[in-house]
Design a protein around this ligand. Structure first.
Ligand SMILES: Nc1ncnc2c1ncn2[C@@H]1O[C@H](COP(=O)(O)OP(=O)(O)OP(=O)(O)O)[C@@H](O)[C@H]1O
Length: 520
C-alpha cells in the first residue's frame, strides 16, 4: 500500500509538548500527538471504492492486512505521527470550553492528483481531549456516519467522506437508547477523509484563551493551504477569509435544505472551516416536510437545530467565528457587513434553489409567493418531501387538475376527507401551471432538470436502522446495497423500487428510525 504522505498540520503548527495520554487542558498548541489504541480483533466490513481511488489506492490494497491494521489504528504508517486536534465550541448556544478530538485521531495527510486529504479515524481510543468518555464508537453510529457521508457526496452536498468501516472486535458500553439501560455494543471505527477537519471551534478556543499568536499561526496555515487565492496575511486577507467561510457555509446549508438533511447538532465544534458537512451523529432526513422537525432527542425541548432553523444557526455560528477572528482584524464594520450579507444572500439563494426544485429556471416576481404558498401547503398534512418533489416532475402544465393525483403518494394520511387541503393544493397547482407557461421548456425537459435536483433515493432514517439491525447480526449485505443505491440518488434504479417509498408505519416512533440522541 503506497500513500503519498505529505503532512502539514502536525509539521507547521505548534504541538502540545506533553506526549503522555491523559486528559488535560492543552494550551498554546493546536494538537497533541497520540497513538491510536490497539483493538481486539479488527475486521473491515466495507470500503468506499471512490475514496480508495481518490487516495491513490487500488482495490487490492483494501484486502491487505496492512490496510486493515492502518485503518483501524493497529499499525502506524511509516513516517507519520498521528495526532488529536484541540478545539472548543458552543454547544446548544453555550460556550463549552475545550472539547477537541475526544475520539478522533488524525493519521496523516496525503496528496494525490494534486488534492490534499487528511485521514482520520473515529472511535480509535482515548486522547487528551476525551474528557470523561471512552474514545470509542459503536457499530450503529459508525454505520450511520459511513453510509450518510458518502451518500451526501453523491447528492452533491459538500461533506467529509468515508474510506472504510470496520469492527474493532471490542465491546463498548453505552447507555442504550433502546431501553435506557447501559449495555455492551459492538465497537467500530470509521476512517474518514476530508481536505481538513478544522472546525470553527479550533479558532474559538485560541481566541477565548487570548492566545492570539497561535490563532494567527492557525489562520495563516488555513489560508495558505485551503484558501491560497487570498494571498499573503493581512487584515484584509483575514476578512476575505471570513467571507469565504461564510459563503461556503451558506452553500452547504442551502444544499441541506434542498435534500431535506437535518444535521441535529450544529454546535460550533461541528462547523467545518471549509463548509463541509461534518459529524454525522443524530442527523436525520425529513420525511414529512416540517420546519419544526429535529431527529435529536437531546434537543427535543427547544428544537434549536430543527430543519427550518438550520440557516439561522449557521449565521449564529458565523457570529461566533467572527468574534474569534476579531483580534486579527480589529474592526467590526467589515465583519458585520459579511454577516449582514449572509442574510440577503440566503434569501436569494434559497429562493433560487426552491425555484429550481419546482423547475422554474427564469426569474419572476411572483415566485417568492408561489414558493411560500407551496411550503404552507406542504405543512397542511404530513407530506413526504422526497416523494413530493420527485413526483412533481410528472406534472403537466396543461393539466393542473391532475396535480393532486401526481403527488398523492407523498401523503402519509388520506386527505380525501379534508376538502380544504385538496382545495389549497388545487389552487396552488393552478398558479403553478400558469407560472410554468412562462418557461420555455417542455414538460419532459423540465422533468429531466428537476430530477437532477430532487433526489429519488435518500438515506431515510429507517433504512439506516435496517442496515444496523442486520449488521448487528453479522449480515453486512444491506450496508453494501444501500451504499450502492445511494451512489446514484438521482437515477431511476428499476430493481430498487422499494427504497422510493414512504417511511413504513412501524418506523414512525421506533428509536433509531426517527429519534436519536447525541450520545451515540
Ligand atoms: N465516546 C467519546 N469519547 C471521547 N470523546 C467523545 C466521545 N463522544 C464524543 N466525544 C467528544 O465530545 C465532543 C462533542 O461530541 P460530538 O458528538 O459532537 O462529536 P463526535 O461525534 O465524537 O465527533 P466529530 O465531531 O469528530 O464527528 C467532541 O469533542 C468529541 O470528540
Amino acid at each position: 500500500m503506497k500513500l503519498n504522505i505529505q503532512d502539514t498540520f502536525n509539521k507547521e503548527l505548534p504541538a502540545d509538548p506533553i506526549t503522555e495520554n491523559y486528559v488535560r487542558q492543552v494550551e498554546n498548541a493546536c494538537f497533541s500527538f497520540i497513538t491510536p489504541t490497539k483493538t481486539a480483533n479488527p475486521q473491515i466490513i466495507h470500503v468506499s471504492p471512490e475514496m480508495l481511488e481518490n487516495l491513490g489506492l487500488a482495490t487490492s490494497d483494501a484486502k491487505t492486512d496492512e490496510f486493515k491494521n492502518v485503518f483501524t489504528g493497529n499499525e502506524i504508517l511509516p513516517d507519520t505521527q498521528p495526532y488529536a486536534m484541540c478545539y472548543g465550541g458552543h454547544q446548544f448556544g453555550n460556550w463549552a470550553g475545550q472539547l477537541g478530538d475526544g475520539r478522533a485521531i488524525n493519521l496523516t495527510e496525503i496528496v494525490h492528483n494534486k488534492q490534499r486529504w487528511a485521514i482520520q479515524l473515529k472511535g480509535s481510543g482515548k486522547t487528551p481531549y476525551s474528557r470523561t468518555a471512552d474514545g470509542l464508537a459503536v457499530l450503529r453510529s459508525s454505520i450511520r456516519e459511513y453510509l450518510c457521508s458518502e451518500a451526501m457526496f453523491h447528492l452533491g452536498v459538500p461533506t467529509t467522506r468515508a474510506l472504510s468501516l470496520a469492527l474493532s472486535g471490542d465491546e463498548v458500553l453505552r447507555d442504550v437508547l433502546y431501553n435506557g439501560n447501559p449495555a455492551y455494543e459492538k465497537g467500530a471505527i470509521v476512517s474518514r477523509i476530508a481536505p481538513s477537519f478544522l472546525r470553527f471551534g479550533n479558532y474559538q478556543i485560541l481566541a477565548v484563551r487570548n492566545d492570539i499568536e497561535t490563532l494567527k499561526t492557525l489562520v495563516d496555515y488555513t489560508v495558505k493551504h485551503f484558501y491560497p487565492e487570498l494571498g499573503v496575511p493581512s487584515k484584509e486577507s483575514y476578512l476575505q477569509f471570513f467571507k469565504k467561510v461564510a459563503e461556503n457555509s451558506l452553500e452547504m446549508v442551502i444544499h441541506w435544505q434542498r435534500v431535506g438533511f437535518v444535521h441535529g447538532v450544529m454546535n460550533t465544534d461541528n462547523m467545518s472551516i471549509l463548509g463541509l458537512t461534518i459529524d454525522y451523529g443524530p442527523y436525520g432526513w425529513l420525511e414529512g416536510y416540517d420546519y419544526g422537525w429535529t431527529p435529536n432527542t437531546t434537543d427535543s425541548q427547544h428544537k434549536r437545530y430543527r430543519y427550518g432553523n438550520q440557516p439561522n444557526i449557521v449565521l449564529w455560528n458565523l457570529y461566533q467565528l467572527a468574534n474569534a477572528l476579531f483580534p486579527l482584524i480589529e474592526e467590526t464594520a467589515g465583519l458585520e457587513k459579511i454577516l449582514a450579507d449572509f442574510g440577503t444572500n440566503f434569501e436569494s439563494k434559497y429562493l433560487n434553489m426552491m425555484c429550481s426544485k419546482i423547475g422554474l429556471l427564469t426569474e419572476n416576481e411572483s415566485d417568492q409567493k408561489l414558493i411560500q404558498e407551496l411550503e404552507n401547503n406542504l405543512h397542511l398534512s404530513e407530506t413526504d418531501m422526497t416523494i413530493f418533489f420527485r413526483n412533481l416532475s410528472r406534472f403537466s402544465k396543461e393539466n393542473p387538475g391532475q396535480g393532486i393525483t401526481i403527488i398523492q403518494d407523498a401523503f402519509y394520511g388520506s386527505i380525501e376527507q379534508l376538502p380544504e387541503i385538496t382545495e389549497a393544493w388545487n389552487k396552488w397547482f393552478d398558479k403553478y401551471s400558469i407560472r410554468l407557461q412562462l418557461e420555455k421548456e417542455t414538460d419532459s425537459e423540465r422533468a429531466e432538470k428537476m430530477n437532477t435536483i430532487n433526489p429519488k433515493y435518500v438515506l431515510r432514517n429507517y433504512m439506516a436502522q435496517l442496515a444496523i439491525d442486520a449488521a448487528d447480526k453479522g449480515d453486512y449485505n444491506l450496508i453494501d446495497e444501500l451504499f450502492n443505491l445511494l451512489k446514484n440518488p438521482y437515477s431511476e434504479q428499476k430493481d430498487q423500487k422499494k427504497w422510493f417509498a414512504k417511511r413504513p408505519e412501524w418506523a414512525r416512533n421506533k428509536v433509531g428510525c426517527s429519534m436519536l440522541s447525541c450520545s451515540s
